[in-house]
Write a protein that binds this ligand. Structure first.
Ligand SMILES: Nc1ncnc2c1ncn2[C@@H]1O[C@H](COP(=O)(O)OP(=O)(O)OP(=O)(O)O)[C@@H](O)[C@H]1O
Ligand SMILES: [Mg+2]
Length: 195
């Protein structure tokens, strides 16, 4: 099983399906598995999300050992170390991610939360825990490059066992980019508060 993880909008579906095509495997998302198999306990209306039946999800995931699996949640895979061949973390330049998420018409606060999470590398940090347990973890920046080229790079790195993780945007971004982001994130968050 190859796990593709990343901030919403960071390119998991495009990259994951390209990796699957390249390797002649099937692509599946954890959300699809949860919905298709009814692996939830209840619907949390306030958070607008399903409360997942963790034990049943773990059991279900064991049947996808030859798949490429997209997720934004790594916790279950920490218990599946014997079947996880590698983890691919998708990253995206926060300014580009901001545009991708705004294009989706998401609520400003949701856009801000996710851009912030990418900026500080929340998911990449979680992936490091798996790397620490001996799982090959590689990172792909989807800001540039075609999904096919990025998929080829990811597979090559995984095969070579090249550990590559994780970009720290805070030390990569130029001062003016950080300034722009900070201002934008503040206005997105406050926009919601005043409504
Ligand atoms: N390699 C890429 N090159 C150019 N644009 C890309 C690339 N990867 C992703 N994108 C852009 O980002 C958008 C989001 O990509 P994608 O749906 O794959 O992200 P995701 O991480 O699966 O999102 P979600 O968490 O919502 O499922 C795409 O519609 C596309 O416009
Ligand atoms: Mg997706």
């Amino acid at each position: 099983m190859i796990v593709v993880v990343g901030t919403p909008g960071a390119g998991k579906s495009l990259l994951g399906s390209s990796i699957a095509r390249l390797l002649g495997r099937r692509f599946v998302t954890v959300s699809w598995i949860v919905l298709e198999k009814g692996l939830w306990i209840q619907y949390d209306a306030q958070r607008r999300s399903f409360v997942i039946d963790y034990e049943r999800l773990l059991e279900a995931l064991k049947r996808y050992t030859r798949h490429v699996v997209e997720t934004h949640w790594l916790e279950p895979f920490e218990e599946l170390l014997d079947v996880v061949e590698g983890v691919v973390v998708t990253r995206c330049h926060p300014v580009v991610l901001l545009r991708r998420l705004e294009r989706r018409g998401w609520p400003p606060q949701k856009v801000a939360e996710n851009v912030e999470a990418e900026l500080v590398g929340v998911i990449a940090e979680e992936a490091k825990r798996l790397a620490g347990k001996g799982v090959p973890v590689v990172e792909i920046d989807t800001t540039r490059g075609s999904p096919a080229q990025n998929a080829a790079d990811a597979v090559k790195m995984l095969r070579r066992g090249e550990a590559r993780c994780c970009t720290e945007w805070l030390s990569v971004l130029r001062e003016e980019e950080l300034g722009f982001l900070l201002e934008k994130l503040t206005s997105l968050s406050s926009g919601v508060r005043t409504k």
